[in-house]
Design a protein around this ligand. Structure first.
Ligand SMILES: NC(=O)c1ccc[n+]([C@@H]2O[C@H](COP(=O)([O-])OP(=O)(O)OC[C@H]3O[C@@H](n4cnc5c(N)ncnc54)[C@H](O)[C@@H]3O)[C@@H](O)[C@H]2O)c1
Length: 303
């Protein structure tokens, strides 16, 4: 029975599979694009993936023996569920495994946004100490809007309540009773969260409804200066612009939004770019100064 481990997973997990003599475990050194994967899956019974490998219809149809796709993680948006169902392949995920980790990551983003931690760090790296420029805001007393009150959303809400925040939750499958049991306010519609929230955190899967749900129209309904954390999926607030994919941070071109943090992107690109330019300039200066008789420093005697 051939099992292909397509994405990096823990060696302990691989060892468990390798213990079974009837399993022929093939561990790919790196995630492969569809065209290369197609050549390998012909006799595979199982695929183990995280989020990088895309198990598309073509891959499923090429894998004649495929019985199961194991997704080490929560979202199964990288697997064509419809094609798998038609093929008789079971798609299994591991919900709950990284709930607390992701909730803590989201909270780290929330605090970093509130206190401008990455920007301050970038200027320190650039040799500056601009304390006043990085005065942040407190979380206490602010309103956190949670979009998607599942496992991770609930954990984030608990942490927010401990920080003295008011929590409003929107989830089409959430009941008022469940929301109040958690200590959150129930939002009957998403616009209610947009209107009220100082911070918004996103914890839902990518579906037809949620893909690019945070768009210009949604931003227009939000409070000016709202801070948004997306540790779910980039597709929820990513879009194409002039034929190119724009990472969510570019959305702070919208004047009403000041920061968006995403677990996959740095959320202070402008600051990093400025620091990078400064470093390059400093390097150029050092190089010029190293040349005999030339110095670009204004008051330098060797000029
Ligand atoms: N960045 C990471 O490392 C990481 C790790 C784990 C999960 N995730 C992402 O986080 C998401 C949430 O994970 P989870 O374990 O809490 O899943 P979950 O299934 O427990 O919760 C998802 C919630 O989203 C709600 N939802 C569905 N459609 C919605 C909509 N249109 N508007 C608002 N809510 C909607 C569902 O009702 C559900 O309660 C996953 O789908 C995955 O994409 C990211």
């Amino acid at each position: 029975m051939k099992i292909i481990v397509c994405d990096p997973i823990s060696p302990k997990g691989i060892a468990l599979l390798q213990q079974r003599p009837e399993f022929n475990v093939v561990v790919l050194p790196k995630p492969l694009p569809e065209a290369e994967l197609l050549l390998l899956v012909g006799d595979a019974t199982a695929l183990v993936v995280r989020s990088e490998t895309k198990v598309t219809r073509k891959v499923i149809e090429a894998a004649k023996e495929l019985r199961v796709v194991g997704r080490a993680g929560v979202g199964v948006d990288n697997v064509d569920i419809e094609a798998a169902t038609q093929h008789g392949t079971v798609v299994m995920n591991t919900p709950g495994g990284n709930t607390v980790t992701t909730a803590e990551l989201s909270f780290a983003m929330l605090l970093a946004l509130a206190r401008k931690v990455p920007q301050a760090h970038a200027t320190m790296v650039a040799g500056k100490w601009d304390r006043k420029q990085f005065q942040g805001v407190e979380l206490q007393g602010k309103t956190l809007g949670v979009l998607g009150m599942g496992r991770i959303g609930t954990e984030v809400a608990k942490r927010a309540l401990a920080f003295g925040m008011r929590v409003i939750a929107y989830d089409p499958y959430l009941t008022e009773e469940r929301a109040s049991a958690i200590g959150a306010e129930f939002a009957p519609e998403v616009d209610h969260v947009y209107r009220e929230a100082d911070f918004i955190t996103v914890h839902m899967p990518v579906t037809k409804e949620t893909r690019e749900m945070l768009n210009t129209a949604a931003f227009a309904k939000m409070k000016p200066g709202v801070r948004i954390v997306n540790c779910a999926r980039g597709e929820i607030n990513r879009r194409r612009w002039r034929g190119r994919r724009w990472m969510c941070l570019r959305w702070n071109r919208c004047p009403r939004i000041i920061r968006i943090a995403n677990s996959r992107t740095s959320y202070s690109r402008r600051t990093w770019a400025r620091a990078r330019r400064r470093r390059r300039k400093n390097a150029a200066w050092r190089w010029r100064r190293s040349l005999p008789g030339i110095c670009s420093r204004a008051r330098c005697a060797t000029r």
